[in-house]
Unconditional design. Sequence first.
Length: 241
Amino acid sequence: MQIEFIPVKTRIVMPPADPIWDIIDGLDVRDGDIVFITSKILAIHQGRCIKQGSTSKQKLIEQESTHFLPYRHPDGFDISLAIVNNTLMPAAGIDESNADGHYILLPERIDELCKEIRSRLIKKHKVKNLGIVCTDSHTTPLRWGVTGITMGLSGVNQLNDIRGSKDIFGRTMHVTKVNLVDPLTSMAVLIMGECAEQTPVVILRNYKGIPFDANGSMKDFKICSETDIYKPLLDVFKKKT
């Protein structure tokens, strides 16, 4: 069977608050599907929108992040790098595109929301294996352009631990874990688009390269900054007090 990434065109999800259960209930899912949903519509679903002009974006960045680094770009605009949900992102993931004059924050309790959506779809469609992944766009240091990254999930096991395996020359692997979900998220976000496509949901079908796990979450996907190999860079961030 051919692997498919199926974009789902939806109605416009309107800030500042717009429940999306009609969109979720309208999805045609099958056993073994993984449903990628952009964080933006999940945030609007939760009412995580602030009217522009009611507060400064910098205050929101500091409010939403655990660590931040104020920075003035050489092109003359202020931007803060921030760590939020254990993810390094510009502006704490706060978005102004397709926002109708609002700042859209990241969703809260993302794993729990993914789990709720998964349970609802499993019950409706009577399937067993189903993954839900919350996506966002982020930048990569020293690269132009945005790519997709996973912000929360339910129902899939996101890592393949190959420590103890041997390479083709018999050398034992000591530290390598393979990220199974972010490459798929990146493809889903590429298909979703970044502007006026109105495709905030993509369904991955017939892919056998990631195991399903009813207990899967982001918990085991996160690295503490104290043990991260990028710790020397992360140490420059200010911890929110």
